[in-house]
Design a protein around this ligand. Sequence first.
Ligand SMILES: [Cu+2]
Length: 457
Amino acid sequence: MFKSIFKCSPTVGLIALGLLFACDLVNAQATCPHNKVRKEVRQLSPKELGAFINGMKRLQDRGVFNWLGRIHNNCYPNVHDNIQLFPWHREALIIIENMLQEYDPEITIPYWDASLDFYQPAASWVFNPSTFGTNGKTNTTGTGGCVVDGFQAHSTNTRLLDSSGRENCLERNFNVDQNTISPWHSPEFVASIIQLSTSLEEFRKLFEYTYHDSVHQTIGGNMGTPWSPSDIFFYLHHSNIDRVWALWQYTHPDLIDDYVGLNGDSTAMSTINDRTDVWNTPIRELTRLGSGKVCFYFDNIGPAGARPPPASVAKGETSLMKHHPLLKLPEHIRRKWFPLGLNLEWMETVLPPIDATRKYSQTRPGNVVVGGAATGNTGILGAGGSIINSLIGGIGGGGGSSSNYGGDGVTIPQPYEIPDSTLVGMARNVTAKRFVERLVRDFVNDMSTSGYRSPYY
Ligand SMILES: [Cu+2]
């Protein structure tokens, strides 16, 4: 069933879709009767994580990842570098999620907010030999290698497509060395471009050429090629991109159905009445959480106009957000990068919580627990302090590079920039990317000269 080669055409897509969902007729923007919730991957219970991995392993063994990899490769220029990036990948994940739910109706595809790992990506909780696996084992030519741990480990009965599209193995090739990935884009940067962009297409450019691309390219191997659907991180990363799209809509509620940009074939302007390549679904059924085909929402952003669900902000996080270091930026820097202002509800929805109990800090060197002593110098807390004291203590405190910031947190580094040659090789838009990179450097410089210290690391 999944062996056929699909061209990037709607007709073949319809057949594919017919095979996957018999009689799946959805009214445009009809509200979903039931919504499932996608959580951050680190917030899954052990049982939920196990069910997700088991389901994905079964799909992998059935050849579903190779099937999607061939479609993704055939359609690559149509669904990247243009506005179809968002709905096309959203629908691809819905198809996979529906297959998972045939095994277990409770499974959803968790999102991986890679910005939480921006400071030391390779140290992320997600690169774990017993779950999603670590870097590929570099072969003798040094061009990356097969993943040998986790549920996607190379084995004779799982012949995943490799980074050249051959049935071989999943490859990863971290961009610095076997254990290091250069820094990604911070949560603060993502929050800023959500505010700065005044159309979905503008946001698409600011996001795709930064966060989207650097996660793909620096994990490397399959992820750096059109054969990325072999890698579990393709699904976790794109689930998060679905969420970030919703965060953008929440920030610009009057633009919730904005879908104006160049079409996939770059010949005409897109409209919400377009259909996705291959899947052939009207875009309007894919734009809103909780309606049309999008019968899910996220643990921090809800359906119906993309308002956050009331229970999303755990007790205690509100008060922490009031002390977010972004609020201490000099006024002109704040207005430049956050022109819509930093109101509390927006910050609680769009920025990750500042919470040392969240799992994202568990694998960092020098991890800390709330109320405990720091075991190193890179924890969220200062030695022995509560996080609130630590944040408040930063005001006017000494030890930082500015009078507004204390010694806690990290200075945001310049993130990885993809070499022109890589982009040219993938027929991507180098000029647009260069422009966006200047904005990134300006942001990082402004944060650094303001003495800003990020709490997310
Ligand atoms: Cu893609």
